[in-house]
Design a protein around this ligand. Structure first.
Ligand code: UDP
Length: 238
């Protein structure tokens, strides 16, 4: 486009753990504020932004089921955790004057809006950041799958997966100094080599709809904006 922005509408997926800073649990307000600032800087470019935030900083279904809880019940607890994270992000964005709507896959009208696809699209057209909470609303899924699903439904051009490293490596770059980053990798390679970008359900859903996944570092200040302006390092899964 004339402004040099590479995408018009994107999905940003971050894990719940991205909001906990150096703590072992929960929300770290300065970290939430920092990520909100990164989102605002992309919003300022005129990009329409959807977000999905995980819940792993509070509760994961697998953790509950390992303790003997029924898996579906534990997963509902995990989904509720994502709602808390979404509300925290909304508060942080709105304190930066970025209008934000939280939309939950599980209706809880006093807290946030229910998911109505056309209404969510309208929010994006009005340049509101839309945070999709409660995952897909179904147990046995992850928020990576929710991000891929909503990205397809909203017509996003890509899913931006913010992580602790600047892309997908052939082995863990924090453990192996000779690890190599892929510039590009196919969905099938990610699945075959188990590269741990997202779970298999999410990768397959992206593949079947040819939705690119951009893996980048959220720890790099200005990194998200940089990629949307055509700079920086990342891995493109497609
Ligand atoms: N979850 C679910 N269905 C979904 C999305 C999430 O049941 O569609 C539950 C699941 O228990 C999961 C938890 O919510 O463990 C938190 O999501 P996730 O593990 O994806 O969070 P992240 O690892 O990204 O922080």
């Amino acid at each position: 486009t004339s402004t040099g922005v590479t995408h018009r509408r994107v999905m940003l997926k971050i894990s719940g753990e991205a909001l906990m800073g150096d703590q072992g649990y929960g929300l770290h307000p300065p970290t939430v504020a920092r990520i909100a600032q990164e989102v605002k800087s992309v919003h300022d470019l005129g990009v329409e932004i959807c977000m999905v935030i995980g819940g792993g900083n509070i509760f994961r279904g697998l953790q509950g089921s390992a303790q003997g809880m029924e898996r579906a019940t534990a997963d509902y607890m995990g989904m509720l955790a994502t709602v808390m994270n979404a509300l925290a992000m909304q508060a942080a964005l709105e304190s930066l004057n970025v209008f934000t709507r939280v939309i939950s896959a599980i209706p809880m009208d006093q807290v946030c809006e229910p998911y109505i696809r056309r209404r969510a699209v309208r929010h994006l057209e009005k340049k509101r950041v839309v945070v999709f909470a409660a995952g897909t609303g179904n147990p046995y899924f992850t928020t990576d799958t929710a991000a891929t699903l909503r990205a397809n439904e909203m017509g996003c051009e890509a899913v931006f997966k913010g992580t602790k490293v600047d892309g997908v490596y052939d082995k863990d770059p924090k453990k192996f100094p000779d690890a190599r980053r892929y510039d590009r990798v196919t969905y099938d390679e990610v699945l075959e080599k188990n590269l741990g970008v997202m779970d298999a359900t999410a990768i397959a859903l992206a593949r079947d709809n040819n939705l690119p996944i951009i893996v980048f570092s959220l720890d790099e200040p200005g990194g998200f904006r940089g990629i949307l302006a055509g700079k920086g390092t990342y891995t493109r899964v497609q």
